[in-house]
Each structure stands twice: as structure tokens, then as C-alpha cells.
Unconditional design. Structure first.
Length: 386
């Protein structure tokens, strides 16, 4: 991928101001949106996921003293650490994603080179589009480029997930890092989280994916995300399963009485959502409008009523999206609890859709949302300068 001149120019100017020189390496990793499959990844199920053209860049220049000096242009914040003494940094949570990746890679015996780096991202933070995974995967790609070694994309994703699980402390599944590392330009991926295989799913030409950011921020660490995962694991254990992926909708309905009521609700959502992923993977290439609308509506209903990951802003946004011109279907994105939502819109109607949603959401909340179309982008990699 070639670097966009305007963005690279701004980052280069920033790099010169911070580090008195120019970067020598440019690396990127995309954010992602789940088109279907909320919380199915850590239950070893299916997810229909899209790497998007909102991404995180790291402009870097190697050092010889095993020091990493970072500047986040988005946050206007700096952080420095030594590769031989990596510890979490209080008050600089963003830097812990970089530190965690460095520690995991070092633990794998990989040769790490220190660097000066400017980080810039167009992935909105705390919105459900995986800004943390994009930073992790861009970091791993930077260490690859500077160190002269290469990981296969799935291994890179697993190591970045390990960093988030064990260093940052968020017990996330593989979805975010896998999509950021393995994503393909021009198509979604149908990801099987049990064996980490995927296949491309092309969207019908008439479908445009539009992100609707409620601007209601969400935080996974310290939220109920961990509780939902624990409830799913309890349900699988009580049913004698390795994971909820192993049970059909029909069998779960027959055995729900074996579970505590709240655990049964969580399990029902996951098992039904898993089937919706397969349904949407068939509906999108065929432009099956009725199926898209029905599947997305059922996903949002289940997310709110069974998994209870809704938020007031999400309900208001859903009403605006479903009333907007050109809409085919809409649902939650990411882990829920606020953040972004995703709409399937007829091509040619995206601008009118955005105007309508922005107007009606603001009228109800007095909050200006961010509405933008996205397309499928390539996974993490090194960029060539223009």
C-alpha cells in the first residue's frame, strides 16, 4: 500500500518536530467492523467481519539503544520505555498496547529494535471499531520491519491478542486482531474462530457499509464484557461443552432449563447469533434485502434483550438509521454498551442516509454523531512511500 501524501506529510512534520529527523519506516493496521457476530468469537463461533479504511499508522526510525520513544499525535502524549525492562505505564493506557506487544514478541525470542515513533490513527477510540487492535497490529508490524523478520498474519494476530489479554488486561477474543492482520481489500471475511480459518465474502455491488458513531464512549476493561464471557463459559460448562459453538439452536432450546435464567439468556443470544452470521454471509452477496433486514433486526433485538449490551444512545441511533432513506438493515457493532453501529445502505443513498441520521439523532440527543461510509481494506502491513 502507498502512503497518502497529505497524511504522511503531516506525520513527517510532526516526526521532525519531536525527533529531529525523518522516519524511515511506515506501517499501518486497519480497524474493523463486525457485520454480524457480536461476542461469538470467544465462544469459538463464526463472525462476518470487515477490515475498514480507517487505520492506525506508525512512522518509525530505528534506534541503537533498545529504547522506544513514542508520540501519539491523536492524544498529544508521549511515552518512553526500554525493551529490556517493559512494564505497564499508569496514566498512559494507550502506550500499554505497544508495551504489551513488545513484551510478548520478546517472550517469543524475536529480535526487537528500539525506535522513535509517531502514531496517528483515523480509527475512533472507544467506539467499537478496534482502535486498540489496530495499534497492537501496527506495532507488531513495525517491530517486524525494523527487525528484519516476518510473522504469518494469524500468528501475529494471536500474539497481539495475547498482549491485550495478559498485559493490558482485557480478556478479548481473537476477532479484532485477526481482522486487523488478515483482512482483505474488497471483501468481508467469514471467520471461523474455532480453527482460525476464514473465507472471503463479497458484498453485492449495491450495498454500501456505513458506520454510525453514537459518540457514546465505551470501555471494555472494567465493564461487563468480562462478565458476559464468564456467563457464556459457565453455560458451556454446565452443558458439557468446550464452547457454545458446539450446540445447535434446537438443542439449546431443549436444554435451557439446565441453566440459570440469566446464563440461559446469554447462551441463547450467542447460539442464535452464530447462525445469523452464516445467514448474512449468504444474504449479502445475493443482495437478499429481506434476509439482511430480518437478520440485522434479530441481532440487535437479541443484543438488547438477551445479552443486554445495549445503551440508550444505541436505541436512538437504531431508530434514526431504520427510518433513513436507502437503509436495508442496521445493527450494533463491536461489544455494545454504546459506541458505533453499522448500517447496510443502498449505494447512491449514503449521503442522504447520513444527513437524515445526523439530523434525527442530534434532535433526540443534542449530540453530533459521526456518520461515514467505509470500504474493505487490506490487513496490517508496511507502506511504500510515494
Amino acid at each position: 500500500m502507498t502512503i497518502a501524501p497529505d497524511r504522511s506529510g503531516e506525520i513527517t512534520r510532526c516526526f521532525r518536530q519531536r525527533f529531529a529527523g525523518a522516519p524511515t519506516h511506515w506501517c499501518r493496521a486497519p480497524g474493523r467492523v463486525d457485520l454480524m457476530g457480536s461476542h461469538t468469537d470467544y465462544n469459538l463461533g463464526y463472525v462476518l467481519t470487515l477490515s475498514i479504511d480507517r487505520d492506525t499508522w506508525i512512522a518509525a526510525r530505528p534506534r541503537t539503544d533498545r529504547v522506544v520513544r513514542l508520540w501519539s499525535e491523536n492524544l498529544r502524549a508521549e511515552s518512553t520505555f526500554r525493551l529490556d525492562a517493559i512494564a505497564a505505564q499508569a496514566g498512559r493506557r494507550w502506550s500499554n498496547y505497544v508495551r504489551g506487544v513488545a513484551k510478548v514478541l520478546r517472550g517469543e525470542g524475536l529480535a526487537l529494535t528500539g525506535f522513535d515513533g509517531v502514531i496517528h490513527s483515523t480509527v475512533p477510540m472507544s467506539s467499537g471499531l478496534s482502535s486498540s487492535a489496530a495499534l497492537e497490529c501496527a506495532t507488531a508490524t513495525t517491530f517486524e520491519a525494523l527487525g528484519g523478520w516476518k510473522l504469518d498474519p494469524v500468528t501475529k494476530a494471536l500474539l497481539c491478542q495475547q498482549a491485550e489479554n495478559h498485559f493490558v488486561g482485557v480478556n478479548c477474543g481473537i476477532l479484532d486482531q485477526y481482522t486487523s492482520c488478515v483482512g482483505r481489500e474488497g471483501c468481508a471475511l467469514l471467520l471461523d474462530c474455532r480453527d482460525l480459518s476464514s473465507r472471503p465474502v463479497r458484498l453485492a455491488e449495491r450495498i454500501q457499509i456505513v458506520i454510525c458513531d453514537t459518540k457514546s464512549k465505551r470501555q471494555l476493561a472494567g465493564s461487563e464484557y468480562g462478565l458476559r464471557r464468564a456467563q457464556c463459559e459457565e453455560g458451556a460448562r454446565r452443558l458439557g461443552l468446550r464452547a457454545l459453538r458446539e450446540i445447535s439452536v434446537e438443542e439449546l432450546h431443549r436444554r435451557e432449563q439446565e441453566l440459570p435464567a440469566e446464563v440461559a439468556k446469554r447462551c441463547r443470544f450467542i447460539v442464535e447469533e452464530n447462525q445469523r452470521v452464516l445467514g448474512l454471509a449468504a444474504a449479502l452477496p445475493a443482495f437478499d434485502r429481506a434476509a439482511i433486514r430480518e437478520l440485522t433486526a434479530a441481532s440487535f433485538r437479541g443484543a438488547c434483550e438477551l445479552y443486554e449490551i445495549g445503551a440508550p444512545a444505541m436505541h436512538v441511533m437504531m431508530q434514526a438509521m431504520l427510518a433513513a432513506p436507502g437503509v436495508i438493515g442496521a445493527r450494533q457493532a463491536g461489544a455494545g454498551f454504546g459506541g458505533c453501529m453499522v448500517a447496510f445502505v443502498e449505494k447512491g443513498s449514503a449521503d442522504a442516509f447520513a444527513v437524515f441520521v445526523r439530523k434525527h439523532y442530534f434532535a433526540a440527543t443534542e449530540t453530533e454523531p459521526e456518520i461515514y461510509a467505509v470500504k474493505a481494506a487490506a490487513g496490517a502491513g508496511v507502506m511504500a512511500e510515494p
